[in-house]
Design a binder for this molecule. Structure first.
Ligand code: SAM
Length: 229
């Protein structure tokens, strides 16, 4: 019986189960495939605040026995930034308003509750512009197997892609949590970002991989030079 049919759960519990199960399924398959395909590296997450996706990523690492991979969490742990671009607008987001908050200590508490040991991850607090935006090329993480972008706004995700661009590698997985968040008159911020990135960086190909829970989509990154001509 699937959790969608489980009468012992109320509708909200059912929806939460379905979402968490969707993340766990994605992470489990992704880590298994990365391992089988000998893709080394860590997990990087942009937008970590509640610790939910971090928890599922870590759970899947435990299930697959791959806990030697480090987890990197980046977030302001504060409000969503103000909109900087027309593509930041979406009916479901509130730029400049509440989402996240409580500082990095709340995130540590959430990870403790989930049983994620402190040495398994590194949390960096601050707006991306001030953290990864000022990173040196050699700053860790040096080797990335999987990156999840879950920061809602187009302009926030664009900062992440700018940082990630020189760190992309053949075979890694790139995931967007809000890929299927479109609006009546716009395609999704993350979707348009990836389309623009592909246009500007033809050296990379993004091959569609797993959907993630309700609105996410992931890709395997390939060196375009390896593609059959
Ligand atoms: C949907 S929440 C992340 C939820 C998290 N993945 C979880 O499962 O609990 C999005 C987060 O992105 C963060 N964020 C968005 N833009 C940001 C930016 N430019 N710099 C830092 N954090 C940002 C917000 O503060 C918010 O905490």
């Amino acid at each position: 019986m699937s959790h969608l049919e489980d009468d012992s759960l109320n509708p909200i519990e059912r929806a939460v189960h379905r979402i968490l199960h969707g993340y766990l399924e994605f992470f489990y398959d992704a880590w298994t495939n990365l391992n089988i395909n000998a893709i080394s590296g860590d997990y990087v997450e942009f937008g970590s605040w509640g610790g939910n996706t971090m928890n599922q990523a870590y759970k899947a690492l435990c299930l697959t026995g791959l806990t030697d991979r480090h987890l990197w969490a980046y977030d302001s742990f504060d409000t969503l930034p103000e909109a900087q671009d027309d593509r930041d607008y979406h009916p479901g987001w509130n730029p400049g308003g509440a989402m996240g908050g409580g500082g990095v200590d709340k995130f540590y508490e959430a990870c403790d509750r989930h049983g994620i040991p402190r040495e398994a991850y590194t949390a960096t607090e601050g707006y991306f512009e001030d953290t990864i935006g000022t990173a040196e090329p050699d700053d860790p993480p040096a080797d990335i197997a999987m990156c999840l972008i879950d920061c809602n706004l187009y302009s926030s995700a664009a900062t992440c892609m700018e940082w990630l661009q020189p760190r992309l590698k053949h075979g890694m997985i790139l995931a967007f949590d809000d890929y299927w968040c479109w609006s009546p008159d716009k395609i999704s911020g993350e979707q348009s970002l990836l389309m623009e990135f592909q246009r500007d960086h033809p050296e990379w190909t993004f091959d569609r991989y797993h959907t993630i829970a309700r609105a996410g989509l992931s890709f395997v990154v390939f060196d375009a030079a390896q593609m059959p001509g």
